[in-house]
Design a binder for this molecule. Structure first.
Ligand code: PA5
Ligand code: NI
Length: 187
């Protein structure tokens, strides 16, 4: 009997571009990120159509036991002095973890456990980030080029954005060309 040889999806490690016919994509723009950036007036003055990040995902089986695979392309930019970032979330199934791999660009992965102190991991090409369960996560682009990161997570994990309506406890800003990290109460 002839063995079955399957051609798997391919990713370009330098850009994070998937080569497969069925890719699901979603763009998140400034207009979608109400309440996410600290400086509300600067957010209101920003172009609402400006893309902040694009997520491209493989079309995976969604039943329990399967994994989603996606690449986030986070554009460079700022709202006021705060760097562009993803909305960030806990998983609805809090115990579920996730892995991120830095592909291009530079920035941070902000990790905020349900109980305990938030921290930042440096993201760069080749960095591997193990996000444990019970930990909210957000990407921040502190560079001048696109930051792309590949992520793999259980299909049952789900996204809980509401739990972070108060914001994360660390804010990352550009102060006269220097990256500044500030601890804040309730976002
Ligand atoms: O599953 C993940 O953690 C990522 O694929 C994110 O969903 C992606 O980076 C977009 O971020 P968010 O879901 O916080 O808008
Ligand atoms: Ni996640």
């Amino acid at each position: 009997m002839k063995p079955v040889i399957i051609q798997p999806p391919q990713v370009d490690w330098l850009t994070g571009a998937f080569a497969q016919s069925k890719i699901l994509s979603k763009t998140t723009r400034i207009a979608d990120l109400a309440g996410v950036f600290a400086d509300t007036s600067a957010w209101q003055e920003s172009d609402p159509r400006q893309a902040v990040y694009d997520v491209e995902m493989l079309d995976s089986q969604t039943s329990e036991g399967n994994l989603f695979t996606g690449v986030t392309h986070l554009h460079p930019g700022r709202v006021g002095s705060e760097f562009f970032m993803t909305r960030g979330h806990f998983h609805s199934r809090r115990e579920q973890g996730e892995v991120y791999f830095g592909l291009r660009g530079t920035g941070f992965l902000l990790l905020q456990p349900e109980s305990g102190k938030a921290c930042l991991e440096s993201v760069s090409p080749g960095s591997v980030h193990i996000i444990p369960g019970y930990t909210a996560h957000r990407l921040i682009n502190t560079g001048t080029a696109i930051l792309s990161a590949l992520a793999v997570w259980p299909t049952i994990a789900g996204h809980d954005y509401a739990a972070l309506a108060q914001g994360f406890s660390l804010r990352v800003t550009d102060v006269e060309g220097k990256i500044q990290v500030r601890e804040v109460q309730n976002g």
